[in-house]
Write a protein that binds this ligand. Sequence first.
Ligand SMILES: [Zn+2]
Length: 385
Amino acid sequence: MLPGEACLPEAIFALNGQTVNRLFDTLCQDSDHRLKIQFAELFKALQIQWFASHRSVCPRCNNRHVIRKGWRQRLLKSSRGQLAFVVLQARCKTCGRTFRPFTSRSGIPTARRFLEELLTKATGLAVQMPFARSSRILKTLTGGSISHEGIRQKVAQEAEKITLPTQNAGQTVLVDATKVKAGTKQRGAPVHLAIAVEPGPTVAGRKTITKRLLHLHVGNVGPLRQRLKDLRPQYLVHDGGESYSDCAENVQRCRWHLVHQLKHYLWQDGLAFEERGFYQDCLYSVLWDNKSGRERLNLFIEDMKKFNFPTTAYHLQEARNETFTWTQNPGFTYMTTSPLEREMRELNRRADVGARWSSKGIENVLKLLFHKRLNSEPDGSLCSG
Ligand SMILES: [Zn+2]
C-alpha cells in the first residue's frame, strides 16, 4: 500500500523504466472513470433540485399541474470519453403529455450527441487542417472522436452563425482577393476579404497591429462592394484589382503594389528586365514623398509617355486620383495592404490542400478560421456585429 492509500496494480512495476508512464496512465483512467460517475451523479442531483424549486409548465396545454415521471438515458461524447447520464422526465396531469422540462436549460438539445467542448476542439483543428486529419488527431489526443463528415457539418453550422463586426470608426479598412482551387472553373474562384486595422499595443518592444475581420466570401466582387457600401469606412486601401471609389469616404491605392505592379507594366511595354528596377526605385521615392509627390507623379507619367511606355503611363494615370489620398487624410494608419498579406499566407496555407473545394465549403472554413483568428477578445469570447 502506498502513502495515498491507493491500491495500484502490479503491472505498473512490470517493465523497467516504464513505471512513471504506467502510473500516469493508470491514474488518468482512474480519474476519467471518477469524472464520469461524478458527472452523472451531480447532473442528476441538479435536476432534482431544479424541479423542486421551479414550476414546470406543460408545453402542450400550458397547465402547471406537472409531476415527475422517471428518467431517460442519454449519452454524450466528450474529450474525456463517453458520458452516460439520465435526464428528468415529467408528465402533465391534465393532458397526459410526457416531456423533459430541463432539456432547453441544460444546453444539450435532444438531438445533440457531442458535448460542446469536444465540438469546439474539433472545429479548432478543422480550420487549421483537413477534416480527415482533424478527426484523426482529435481521436489521438483526446478521449473523444467525431467523423470527418461530422466535423465538416459542424464547421458549416458554425460559419452560418457568424455575425461579423461592423465597427470600423477611425480604423483603416484593407481589402484584397486571392484565387483558391474551388468551384467549377479551371483557374479556381476568388476569395475576397476586408479587415479593419489599427496600431496595437507594443509587445516585447515590437509594434503590433490589431486586426478585425469585417468580410469574407468566395465568388465575384459584388457582395464585398455591397458590404463596404453598408459599412461606409472612412479609410480604405486596396491593390487596384477592382474599383472601390464609391465604397468608402477616402480611398487609397496600396503604395507597395503600385511599385510592384510597375515591373509588370514595363515588361508589357517591352523594357528589358535589368532596367525595370531603376524606374521602380524612382516611383518608390515619388510615392513616399508627402510634400511634392503629387507633382512628381505627374512628371513621372509624362516621362513614361515620352519614353514610349504607354501601358505604364495608362495604369499610373488610372491610379493617380487614389495615390495621395493619405496626404490629405491624416487618419490613414496604413497606406499599403501589407498587414493583410500575412493573413493571405494563412489563407493559402489552409486552402491549398491539393483537392478541389466547393465554393461554399472553403468559404465556411476560411470564415471560421479568420473569425477565430482575428475577432477574439482578450477574454477568449468572439466579437460580433
Ligand atoms: Zn398538458
